[in-house]
Ligand binder design. Structure first.
Ligand SMILES: [Zn+2]
Length: 83
């Protein structure tokens, strides 16, 4: 499991708990999510084959690290599995 900063974790948990994570589309290869943050909407794509998440936000493109949107999507996926 990767390490997330506390701030990223808190924000991701908030997004998840507020129901901001929405699954837009699922194909054999990918799952597309949309996340409405305070002012912007971000799109997260989960590549099933590579088992990799990507996000269109500035943080992700800058650091190539998991952002709060990706983490929130992971929480959402985990909940689906646990149901
Ligand atoms: Zn992001």
């Amino acid at each position: 499991m990767e390490k997330f900063s506390k701030r990223t974790e808190r924000k991701a948990y908030w997004l998840f708990k507020q129901g901001k994570v929405k699954k837009e589309l699922e194909t054999d290869k990918r799952i597309h999510f949309s996340l409405k943050s305070e002012d912007k909407e971000h799109f997260v794509i989960f590549d099933k084959k590579k088992n990799e998440f990507t996000c269109d936000c500035y943080y992700f493109s800058l650091h190539q690290k998991n952002c709060s949107h990706i983490l929130a999507s992971k929480m959402w996926l985990k909940e689906q599995k646990d149901k």
